[in-house]
Design a protein around this ligand. Structure first.
Ligand SMILES: [Zn+2]
Length: 196
């Protein structure tokens, strides 16, 4: 059932959120151990031991809502339940793949990655800026081929580039096509998802 798929996607996001919160808490208290941190930021509420919340002051603790609790609302405009937020994104990329304005390289990679950014693992969403990255930077011998290409959010691309030693030049990414026209290069460089 489609509802199940969406709930799974939300659960993935909650996992990621949890990891980010733990990382944040550890950075904030570098000298404290895990138990201390858990006690400070996570509370037992309503049968769940891992609610990121304030301590019980006065009447009620303030609790961070989980994505899983989001009610599933379906938009029915385009072919029933196709939505960029679940696995049906493959449907979208295929659909876009037929469209002359989407470069086939991007549509192929989008399909291969099941609509997710290879860096953060989150789905590309409407208006996200998507860039083509070289897994192994060209400066380190990485090739211009599908095996070495991946789609990343622009901000994820910046993060990766800062870490992989290509020093801000994005390792020759977005210049994969031989002598691209200016217009094509711009499209490749700043591809923005838009759903009609
Ligand atoms: Zn990303």
């Amino acid at each position: 059932m489609k509802i199940g798929i969406s709930k799974v996607a939300y659960a993935d996001i909650d996992d990621l959120m949890y990891q980010k919160l733990v990382a944040w808490a550890k950075r904030r208290h570098p000298k404290k151990n895990g138990g201390w941190i858990a006690k400070k930021y996570w509370q037992s509420i309503g049968g769940s031991n891992w609610e990121f919340a304030t301590k019980q002051v006065g009447n009620k603790p303030l609790r961070l809502l989980n994505h899983v609790e989001t009610p599933i609302v379906r938009h029915v405009k385009v072919k029933g339940e196709a939505s960029p937020y679940d696995e049906n994104l493959v449907y979208w990329s295929t659909r876009r793949g037929n469209s002359p304005e989407m470069p086939s390289r991007i549509s192929k990679l989008l399909k291969k990655q099941k609509g997710k950014c290879a860096h953060c693992g989150l789905y590309f969403r409407e208006d996200d800026v998507i860039e083509v990255d070289h897994r192994i930077p060209k400066s380190q011998g990485g090739k211009d081929s599908y095996e070495n290409w991946q789609l990343l959010h622009r901000h994820c691309h910046d993060t990766k580039t800062a870490l992989d030693g290509s020093f801000g030049n994005k390792s020759g990414c977005n210049r994969a096509e031989p002598k691209p026209t200016k217009r094509l290069e711009k499209v490749e460089d700043k591809w923005v998802m838009r759903y009609a």
